[in-house]
Design a binder for this molecule. Structure first.
Ligand code: APR
Length: 246
């Protein structure tokens, strides 16, 4: 049973760092990007989520992110987020590196969360580096197509890494350090298609994957569980709690 095998790996190969993608949040009602029902099947990411699109047509980018911010703020953490937080509290997960911008790991109780693609927590001014909290941004979006910086008047940019932007250096440095010192990186709900984050599992001394469908690194994984994140991580917790793992 693959949950028992995964529980064994987690127990044996400490420290364990979790790396999550959009697949960990679909059970919270948030679509992922590249599965058949993913967001990128409906809209071109380079039209709505790239720095070039933002500079060319900020209204278009903000109309995409206005909807996303509302959806993500209304979503609730699911069993997978909660299981990962429980594993952290029990000392079996050192930290969570996430590509997700939805804040659901922190809201589920995970304490050490590294957001390598930014988050919806705030919006940034590229002119004076002001950071505007999400609720103030949403208030502005009620009245205007794009929010502006209260300090310098520039159009604010969503606080997420757009295609064509560099990742936050401190977050990526910490994520790389965590992966290099991990004896197990546990990938949950990511196609591992987007670099440099997709390369993090290869920095570790071993990695396992819980993902519905194929990922780019399946062949090199110590274990691949092709199943739902919530059910699998709940089963892993049950194995660890029942002491079925030696
Ligand atoms: N349980 C397990 N796996 C799931 C579940 C689930 N409940 N739901 C979806 N999946 C799988 C999908 O089959 C897919 O393989 O999760 C994977 C999600 O992959 P992507 O949609 O590519 O998302 P992600 O890997 O996070 O994308 C990385 O790309 O567009 C950018 O910035 C965006 O952070 C994102 C990055």
């Amino acid at each position: 049973m693959s949950a028992a095998a995964l529980a064994e790996l987690i127990r044996e190969r400490q420290p364990c760092v979790v790396l999550t993608g959009a697949g960990v949040s679909t059970e919270s009602g948030i679509p992922d990007f590249r599965s058949d029902t993913g967001i990128w099947a409906e809209v071109d990411p380079f039209e709505v989520a790239s720095i070039h699109a933002f500079r060319r047509d900020p209204d278009r980018v903000w109309s995409f992110y206005r909807e996303r911010i509302h959806l993500l703020l209304e979503a609730q953490p699911n069993a997978a987020h909660e299981a990962i937080a429980t594993l952290e509290r029990s000392g079996l997960v050192q930290a969570v590196v996430t590509q997700n911008i939805d804040l659901l790991h922190s809201r589920a109780g995970s304490r050490d969360v590294v957001e390598v693609h930014g988050s919806i927590r705030s919006a940034q001014c590229l002119g004076c580096l002001w950071s505007e909290p999400a609720d103030a941004v949403l208030a502005q979006l009620e009245a205007a197509a794009t929010p502006s910086c209260p300090q310098c008047g520039e159009v604010l940019k969503p606080g997420v890494v757009l295609f064509g932007e560099l990742l936050p250096a401190a977050a990526m440095e910490r994520a790389t350090h965590l992966a290099r010192s991990a004896r197990l990186v546990l990938v949950v709900g990511s196609s591992l298609e987007v670099w440099p984050v997709a390369g993090l599992p290869l920095e570790a001394r071993g990695f396992a994957i819980v993902n519905r469908g194929p990922t780019a690194l399946d062949e090199q994984a110590l274990l691949k569980v092709d199943a739902g994140a919530g059910e699998t991580l709940r089963a892993v917790l049950d194995c660890l709690e029942e002491g079925l793992v030696s």
